[in-house]
Design a protein around this ligand. Structure first.
Ligand code: SAM
Length: 226
């Protein structure tokens, strides 16, 4: 019988944010496939988990997915984890999940946290309806086009961003969207956790010239004054 692929959510910072089920599944897996094995080793050692680790990341995902699928066909249970949060959400997990479905192998989700729901929950912006955008395209024209389309949407938007591009992105949002309310979540669940709320200009001022750490940008939807 084929093994299963477990999609295991892990913390986005604070190592205590993991479920009892996730710990058990990681302890019982045949192999743990991780984006960055050194990073995941810290989590495993905290919970006394001693299962073989193998890397599965953006640069080896195509070849590695086939190797992992072959292992599952031999009966090995694989637990997939990413550097933070839920595998498959804006990370290379998506490709392995897609290939595993195509091969008819069972996928079992082990839910936990994800950065965008954590940020949205404390943003103070409407949570009735929202769109998760993930990372914006890097190329200028595609980025501008995406932002122009997003600027017309009347519900909350959530973006992932790197600290290096955060200010540039906020400036582009101000230019294309005009002044809107935004909430920027930085280093969620970590020592320097910070939530900056205000108009785009206020948030740009408060964020400082060189923000550090991981960032989620939550943007108020277009206010329909009709
Ligand atoms: N799979 C992850 C999830 O479930 O949220 C997302 C992976 S994506 C490659 C990494 C991005 O998630 C970062 O650039 C940042 O936007 C966001 N992120 C992850 N951890 C975060 C944290 N502790 N605080 C704020 N944002 C975080």
């Amino acid at each position: 019988m084929a093994g299963n692929l477990y999609i295991v959510s892990t913390p986005i910072g604070n190592l205590e944010d993991i479920t009892l089920r996730a710990i058990r599944v990681l302890k019982e897996a045949g192999v743990i496939a991780a984006e960055d094995t050194r990073h995941t080793r810290k989590l495993l050692s905290r919970y006394d988990i001693h299962i073989p680790l193998t890397s599965y990341h953006d640069h080896n995902k195509y070849e590695k997915a086939e190797i992992l699928i072959a292992k599952m066909k031999e009966g090995v249970d694989i637990a997939l984890v990413s550097d933070a949060g839920t595998p498959g959400i804006s990370d290379p997990g998506y490709y392995l999940i897609k290939r595993t479905i195509e091969e008819g192998i069972r996928i079992i989700p082990i839910p936990g946290t994800t950065a965008f729901t954590t940020a949205l929950s404390i943003s103070g912006l409407s949570t009735d309806r929202f769109s998760f955008i993930g990372f914006l395209p890097k190329k200028r024209t595609a980025r501008e086009k995406t932002l122009k389309t997003l600027s017309t949407i009347e519900h909350t938007l959530i973006l992932y961003e790197s600290p290096y591009r955060a200010l540039k992105t906020l400036n582009e949002i101000r230019e294309i969207f005009g002044e809107r309310k935004v909430s920027v979540a930085r280093e969620l669940t970590k020592i320097h956790e910070e939530m900056i709320r205000g108009t785009v200009s206020e948030v740009i001022d408060k964020l400082g010239a060189r923000p550090k750490g991981e960032i989620v940008i939550v943007i108020e939807g277009k206010v329909n004054d009709a």
